[in-house]
Each structure stands twice: as C-alpha cells, then as structure tokens.
Design a protein around this ligand. Structure first.
Ligand code: ADE
Length: 224
C-alpha cells in the first residue's frame, strides 16, 4: 500500500514513520510512505501556499493551486483509491474505517493548516474527510500519522504475529483483557492464578469474561 501525504510541514512527519512497525513495514516493502512539501508546488515566487479569506475574517486559508498541482502530478503517475482530507469536521476514525482503508492500494492524505483550506479543494479532489476526535489540533499532520499507523499495522505481513491485530481492543467490538508478564509476584501483587495454570481453554474463557466486563464498564456503547 502506498501513502502520499501532502503537507507544509514535512519535518513533522519524519519521526512517526521512522520507527517500529511503520519502519519495518516500509523495509519489508509492504508500505510506501511519501511525504510531499506543498511549498514545492507553489507557483508564487515567495512559495506562499495561503492567502486571506474572501469575505474577511481572521486567519489564512490554504490556496487551491499548490494542492491541485501536487495532486495532478501524483494522479498522472498512478490511480488513487482515495484522497483523504484530515479535518476536525470529518467522520471520526474508527477501527472499521482503518480496516476498510487497509484493503486499498494508493491513498493521498491532505494536511490542512492555518484557518483551513479553500472549499474547492474539498469539493473537487477529496473523496473522504476524516477526524481523529472532537478536539482541534494545529494541523492535519499528526492526524495523518495516526491514520497511517492504524491502517498499516492491519496489512497482512506487517505484524509478525498476525493474530495480534485481530485480538486488539475494538477489532472484535470488545476491549482487550488485562495483560501480565514476569514477575508472577511483584511485592505481593500476584498475576491471576488462571494465567499460570497452562489450561488454555480456561485462560481463553477468563480473557473473554474480562474483556466483556471491561467493555461493559468502560464502553457499554460498543455492546449495543
Ligand atoms: N486537524 C485539526 N484537528 C484535527 C482533528 N481532530 N482531526 C483531524 N484533523 C485535524
């Protein structure tokens, strides 16, 4: 799967993709992540990518031309399944959307900044608008990194133990059961005996009951 992320702050996206699972997915050739500097597509001699809003008001608005130039160049090279715009007024990302996106080949993600982007970019190019939650961040870069992370780890072959993505919280509508590792006794705080029993069917049942209880307590909406 290939991601092309268009941003005015490419430096903000260097670290999130250079570690752990995302780094491994790229090394294995399962995911390609390309970050494009929007300023490289500005025709303006000062490399401006924003301008004052028509009708007045505070804040700057990102212009259509640089986005259009970058998107047109990418589209001339390959077909894109989705062009996603990260925005707090988009549909809230969830595991189901991440699953859907993980089946795609090529995706462009647009990161907004300043007050927002010219509505015509949204009308003419964008196929999906995603939010990562009901709060406002200073730009779409961190939300884009979250989408890429949530999606890439679901692509077959990325996680070494493929079942571990399936047992994640949310994947089967239940939160995860509690996890423990050594030592079995830390200052008198013991790991539940069942987990040391070696009785796999009983352990599975315990995990399911714990997951159900945790979901009832914390996210009853998931059980509706
Ligand atoms: N840009 C700014 N805030 C955002 C959010 N909550 N989700 C997606 N993009 C954003």
């Amino acid at each position: 799967m290939r991601f092309d992320i268009i941003t005015v702050l490419p430096g903000l996206l260097e670290s999130p993709f250079a570690h752990s699972i995302l780094q491994r997915a790229q090394k294995k050739g399962i995911a390609e992540i390309h970050v494009h500097n929007l300023r490289d597509y500005s025709a303006n001699k000062h490399k401006n990518v924003d301008d004052y809003p028509y009708g007045g008001g505070s804040g700057m608005v990102m212009m259509i031309e640089p986005f259009a130039a970058c998107i047109d160049k990418l589209k001339a090279e390959r077909h894109y399944d989705e062009i996603i715009f990260m925005t707090p007024d988009g549909v809230t990302l969830n595991q189901g959307i991440a699953n859907q996106l993980s089946t795609l080949q090529n995706v462009i993600i647009l990161c907004g900044h300043y007050k927002g982007i010219d509505q015509r970019i949204r009308d003419l190019f964008v196929t999906r608008e995603l939010s990562i939650g009901d709060y406002v961040l200073s730009g779409g870069e961190l939300p884009a990194a979250i989408v890429v992370d949530a999606v890439v780890r679901l692509i077959p072959g990325v996680l070494s133990d493929e079942t571990s993505a399936l047992s994640d919280s949310f994947q089967g509508d239940l939160l995860d059961a509690p996890l423990y590792t050594r030592p079995a006794d830390w200052n008198g705080h013991r790991v539940p005996d069942i987990l040391l029993s070696g009785n796999t069917p009983e352990i599975e049942k315990w995990r399911f009951d714990q997951a159900m209880e945790r979901t009832k307590q914390r996210r009853p909406d998931l059980l509706e």
